[in-house]
Ligand binder design. Structure first.
Ligand SMILES: NC(=O)c1ccc[n+]([C@@H]2O[C@H](COP(=O)([O-])OP(=O)(O)OC[C@H]3O[C@@H](n4cnc5c(N)ncnc54)[C@H](O)[C@@H]3O)[C@@H](O)[C@H]2O)c1
Length: 447
């Protein structure tokens, strides 16, 4: 506990203290409201999840699980020697003092551990994508229903004020009828392309290799497959499961859509030829059906890990009949430009007499006016930026613990999570099988 507090003090910036004060207003908690959590998968994102979770008053980390000993040692260094550590997640689930678990393993373990944890009576925060394969989706949803516990999926786009403000504007009709969404996420670095560091002490002694493999095909120890698991389809879900799924989450949050019906993806492995299965450039074209909340619209998705420029280039543009909204996690810009309504004329291929007749009729219908300073209409642009204290990832964890305490689920539950993971995984199917895939967003079934 002492080191938890120490960590908290180290990690707290003024921004996060402000955020925590808001949490205090939201809910006064007592010792009985304490929520004891465990982390399963103590890697990059899992540690980041714990850091966000520990900012929520009354949340305490009790245990960590990982198949690589170095990360368990690091957990004790960060959060204290009292943290229980194990290579076997079942030892975590058997503990009565744990209320909730964070599942931040590679994707191929998400469904199995989430289902076991729910069955063991734990609330679950499972990192995105909810599942590694489509047939795993419905069993996870059923396990959540049977358990009566909460399941929240870890795409923080659903808690970002950029996308939530875009949702309010969209619902208020700010862009008219949606017809197209363009979303992209480009990178141009080794780290961005998942070339993560491999610790020099990685060996069959320090790694529980069979436990890492899990349902994946058996093979001899190879450190690269554990530490760069995203590159291999046996464990990861490629750029679609890693990044398209975030974009789907943002888009479904804004539009209240249940999901698309048709999916086509293409791309290739253009640069990072390090033995990986996953493409480093992927494009998808996706059709959304008409619903009560929006008309039919098309979606284009793009990830390029060889983007030729520095930094991460990211955007989601919602294009409607009356305006365009560009959302990020921490901003939304709404632009409305008056539309030209006169049809114009392109008549010089007509015979001269026809041209004259055309122009006579045209000017009767659209009398010529000369624009003046008064008559030109403004393009309107509004930009909304949340306060600097807003951190969508912190907020996403706050929403999880708030759901547990208030007994009201947050909307990014297992059903929402499968409705974003399913279409993302079908982008992979389309890419590898070179075909257009169909998805029924109501029944969550692929064909
Ligand atoms: N929400 C986000 O923005 C975001 C960002 C990054 C990653 N993620 C997700 O988080 C998850 C983890 O990604 P990461 O980048 O932290 O990867 P990582 O490799 O850094 O961490 C995964 C950890 O899980 C451990 N592990 C593997 N099999 C295990 C098992 N059976 N039991 C316990 N531990 C096991 C690995 O040893 C590793 O330490 C992925 O599903 C990823 O998609 C989400």
């Amino acid at each position: 506990m002492a080191s938890t507090r120490r960590h908290f003090i180290q990690a707290s910036s003024i921004a996060s203290l402000a955020w925590q004060a808001a949490e205090g207003q939201d809910k006064k908690f007592s010792a009985n409201d304490r929520i004891q959590i465990a982390l399963i998968g103590t890697g990059g994102m899992g540690m980041s999840d714990v850091r966000s979770a520990l900012l929520v008053p009354g949340v305490e980390l009790v245990a960590c699980c990982d198949v690589y000993d170095g990360r368990l040692q690091r957990a004790k260094e960060l959060w204290g020697s009292q943290i229980f550590t194990t290579r076997d997640h079942r030892e975590i689930l058997a503990r009565k003092d744990i209320d909730a678990v964070i599942v931040a393993t590679p994707d191929h373990w998400h469904a199995a551990i989430t289902m076991e944890a729910l069955q063991a009576g734990k609330h679950v925060y499972c990192e995105k994508p909810m599942v590694h394969e489509i047939p795993e989706g419905k069993p996870v949803i059923e396990a959540q229903k049977r358990s009566g516990k909460f399941l929240q999926i870890g795409s923080q786009y659903a808690s970002s004020l950029g996308f939530l403000k875009a949702r309010d504007l969209f619902r208020a009709g700010a862009i008219g009828e949606l017809n197209l969404v363009e979303a992209w996420l480009d990178r141009n670095s080794a780290l961005g392309a998942w070339q993560y560091s491999i610790p020099p002490d990685a060996s069959p002694k320090t790694v529980d290799w069979d436990r890492f493999l899990g349902k994946a095909p058996k093979r001899p120890f190879e450190a690269i497959r554990l530490f760069r698991w995203r590159n291999y389809n046996d464990y990861g879900t490629g750029v679609a499961g890693d990044l398209f799924v975030h974009l789907f989450t943002g888009i479904h949050t804004v539009t209240d859509s249940l999901g698309p019906t048709r999916i086509f993806a293409t791309g290739g492995l253009r640069f990072w030829k390090d033995g990986r299965d996953a493409p480093d450039v992927m494009l998808a074209l996706v059709d959304y059906p008409k619903t009560n909340t929006h008309p039919e619209f098309s979606l284009s998705l793009k990830v390029n890990f060889v983007a030729g420029s520095s930094g991460e280039n990211f955007g989601v543009r919602f294009v409607g009949s009356e305006g365009v909204m560009s959302a990020t996690m921490t901003s939304v810009t709404l632009t409305r430009t008056p539309r030209e309504t006169e049809p114009g004329y392109t008549i010089n291929t007509f015979a001269e007499a026809t041209q004259k007749q055309f122009l006579k009729e045209y000017y009767e219908k659209y009398p010529p006016t000369h624009p003046t300073a008064d008559s030109i209409r403004p393009e309107r642009q509004e930009r909304y930026i949340p306060p600097p204290s807003h951190n969508p990832h912190h907020e996403h964890h706050r929403n999880f613990y708030h759901a547990i305490r208030s007994n009201k689920p947050f909307f990014e539950d297992g059903v929402f999570g499968f409705r974003t993971a399913g279409p993302a995984l079908l982008c992979n199917t389309s890419y590898f099988e070179r075909r257009i895939c169909s998805w029924d967003p109501q029944t969550m079934t692929a064909s």
